[in-house]
Every structure is written in structure tokens, then in C-alpha cells.
Design a protein around this ligand. Sequence first.
Ligand code: OGA
Ligand code: NI
Length: 590
Amino acid sequence: MGEVDPAFIQDTQHRPELAVIEAEGIPLIDLSSANASNHVSQIADACKNWGFFQVINHGVPSESRRKIEDAARKFFALPLEEKRKVSRDEVNPLGYFDTEHTKNVRDWKEVFDFVVPTPAFIPASPDPDDKELKELTNQWPQYPPELREVCEEYAREMGKLAFKLLGLISLSLGLPENRFNILFEESTNFIRLNHYPPCPIPHLALGVGRHKDSRALTILAQDDVGGLEVKRKTNGEWVRVKPTPDAFIINVGDIIQVWSNDTYESVEHRVTVNSERERFSIPVFFSPGHHVWVKPLEELTKGEKPKYRAYNWGKFFAARRRMYPMASEGRQANPVKHFVLVHGSCHGAWSWYKIVALLKSSGHKVTALDLAASGINPKQVGDLRSISWYFQPLRDFVESLPADERVVLVGHSLGGLAISQAMEKFPEKVSVAVFVTASMPGPTLNISTLNQESLRRQGPLLDSQFTYDNGPNNPPTTFSFGPLFLSLNVYQLSPTEDLALGTVLMRPVRLFIEEDMSNELMLSKKYASVKRVFIISEEDKLGKRDFQLWMIEKNPPDAVKEIKGSDHMVMISKPKELWVHLQAIAEKYS
Ligand code: OGA
Ligand code: NI
């Protein structure tokens, strides 16, 4: 593969099918006035069935489009060091950028972003009480000198077209034509010039990975090369949008999806690249004013439940801007956080499957690992002489992290002991440790006391089983949950499919002698130097809420969160809630 950065390589399931069949494409709508009586119904159908359409006879002078396309070509033809003079940075999210990642994989492209109209303001911080605004400032390069002017002219034309389209969309939802206008006062629109250079590995990389546009409406000009693909709503197939000369491609973004209460959906799309021809495109992203609360429009939710809670666009944008400087969902300059997930007794890495998917979808790096003799780890339970052997996969993993990398350690149930040992041994590698209804010994709560208290509170174990591999007169050596116990006390609020899966995937857990556990879990101020959060699971019947509170009292963490309505398997019964907490914790403590 020569010199290609592996960061560009898509996971197998996201690699493009390069021989695309240009079957039936997205609808083409002729906006000329002769056709006016059909516009509204055509738009309604297109938005419902595809979320995407093309328009022709739209009234935008071809001259204006040609000028910006020429200027974009000239700009991207500059030497990299010239383009980098207007690079975006920590302070200014606008300008040139060539290392965008979508869903954690690098895009094969370079971009130039600017806002229109100016001045444009967004909240200075995501804090709801902070009323301060920050002005977004464009960075214009010296060359080509006309870039600013042609961009501004193009932006004015796009504004006219956008309001025409918003009017039609509003009518198509049965609303007055000007219903959306007020929402776009002090809008925070931005325009992006995209350049997709020829790519030596078009079957492995994408110009832009699959994503949805997070704003209200996108108007895209693509050149004659083609590469944009839209995920067809009916069958999930990727459909190529055939370039139509002079046409614009329109799609509704997440905000129209919310306003319309899901009548219109924001649809996934991506861009493929090719090894021969470079491609240029210019999307314009229309967004409401920063003060707007985005929520389903009341006129459209009569008799229906609103499907979304209101969010303040400016604050949402300010919160996301740190992670995804200008663009859409799931995009970011760098992997944000690395989460390491450690399962509980008898379980394995598999128990985190929902959280792995969710964290990855928001662009994070995730490692779910199997402790020894768990999940698909090849060791057998009888091989484990010490609890330290059980923890070894986690220790090895944390130890092997690059010197500058810090991770968010998440332990569930018995996994709390594994992460406690890792905190003690490698405190400098851990930005925060999260105990999800997990065992949490500490310098002020030794493991023997913890075990005794846990045993004292334990209810009947029903069909669960112990084995006595050292003979009947010695303490039991392994423990496994029985199916009945799992269904009544461990997975009682989880989907039945997950209970079924869990029941077949159980492996016995080794029971270690107290002296060994005490030796391996001596926790000192090294452990205590790591930030620590406990997440209470409200309806846990295995480690009940009052036992969780008891541990919190004896070994107080930096913060305590609670997830309502979850059973012991928080990651399975309340994955979204856990996902939200984990991201907020990672954001706060690292
Ligand atoms: C985007 C996008 C499509 C294209 O930048 O959000 O979807 O064809 N671009 O460049
Ligand atoms: Ni897009």
C-alpha cells in the first residue's frame, strides 16, 4: 500500500462498491415557474422517500457558480504551505483543513470553510448560564485574490435559493410558506469548498465517510466527476447521485428532521473517490440562529407525541464545536477519548457490545477486553492461580499503551477490582476510572471488609452453582450463574434476547482466596490519585443499591451518578443512558 496512511482505511463493511449501478436516482425537480403547481407535492415526495433531491431551473446564475468553482480550483492548486497559512486551529474553526476524520477514519479530501453572512455569532461556551457570544471570523487567503468576493456573491445566491426551498418545504408540511424564516435570523450558515484528490486506494478509503448533515438544509454543487452516494431509505443500498449539469443537490439535515417530528428524515450519505480524477464540490449548510431552540413544531405535533426534546442550537453547536469543529455529526479532528471496558464475573468483552457501538458511533476509541478465562480468552478457569492472573489481560493492555496516551477505565461488577489494580499500578495512564455498579475497594475499604459485607447482604443463589475442585472440604473454587438466577436477578430489566445471549455465553468465574485478593489489591495513594466516578444502577438485584451506597460511603469517589430503571447489566438494559454518562465523565475528567 506504499505510503498511504492507515488512518484512511475504512472498516470492511464501509468500503465502497466501486462498480455502482446507476439505477433509479434521487428525484429531479424542475423549479421553473411553469411547473409551480407541482413543486410542493414533488418536494413532499422527495423529502419523504429520499431526504435528497436535485433541482434545475433554480434561478442561480451559472456565472456565479462557475466563478466560485474556478476560484476553488485555484486555491486548492496552491502549495500546501500556502494553504496552511489559512489553516483552522484551536481558536478559529474556519479556513483550510486536510485531516478531517468522519467516524474516526480519515477522509480523502481537503476543505476550506467560511461562514455567511458575517458577522456570525455563536455562544462562547456550552454552559447554559454563560450568555457571552463569540464572533466567527473567516480567514481569506491572499490567492486567489477574488476568492472572498466570489464566495460572498455565491452565498447571496444560495441564500435566495435556500429561502425558496424552505418555503416549499414549509408548504409541503402544510405550514405557511414563511414559517421557517424567523428561525433563520442571525443564522450560522457555512460554506465548504471540498477538494477530493485522486486516490490510490479508492476501494479502501472514502472522500467523506457516511454521515448525516447536522444542520437544517444542505445545497450542494458537485462537478461532473461524481462520487456522492445516498443511502436509500427503502433498502439501505448506496445510490450514486449522477452529476446533472447546473443542478443543485438538496438534502434535509437533522434540524428539519426534528422540526418535522420525523416526517422528513436526515439521510446518510458519503463520498467515494477514484484513482484518476480529482473532484470538487461545494456544500452550503443552512442553520438557524444560535438563539433558536430546535424542537418539533407545535403545528405538526397536534395529537402526536413530540419525538425530540428541545435543544438550543447555539449551545449544542458550542458543545460540539470542541469535538467536531465545523461539520456534521461524528466528525472530529482526532479520536476524542479511549475507553477501556472491563466486564464482570462470568461475563466477557461481549457484554459491552451496545456501548462499544455507541461510543464508536460518536467517534471514540473503544477497547473491550476479556479478562483471563473469560469471553473468548483461551485460558481455562482452573489455570488461574491468583486473581492477578485473572487481571493480566488488562494489566498488559494498560502497560502497553503509548507513553502519552491516557484512557478512561470502565469496570462493571467484579471488573471494578481489575480496574482498581490497574489504577494502583499505572495511575499516570488513567484519566478517570468509572465504576459501573462495580466492586470498589480503596485505601479506606479493604477487600476483605468489602467481601464480607457483600456476602452478608447476599440473597439466595437459586440455580447458580459452585464447584469444589480442591475437594468437598475446601472452599469452592468456581462459581457460575444459573439461568433462573440470571433471568430474575441479573437481566430482569434487559431485553429477553440479551438474557438468552447472556445465558449461553456464561463461563464460570474463579473464586480466589482472601489472602491472595488482599495481596493483589493493596490500594494506596497511587490508586487515590486517579479521578474516580461511581455509577449507581438503581434496580440492581445482585449488588443492591444500598450496598452500592455503602461502598460509596466507605470509599468516596469524586462523583456519583445514578441510572434509573436499570438492572445489574446497565450496559444492556440502559445502554444509551450509560453512553451519555460515560461521554460526559470522559469530557469532564480528561
Ligand atoms: C458534506 C458532504 C458531499 C460531496 O461535506 O457534508 O456530504 O459531494 N459532501 O462533497
Ligand atoms: Ni454531508
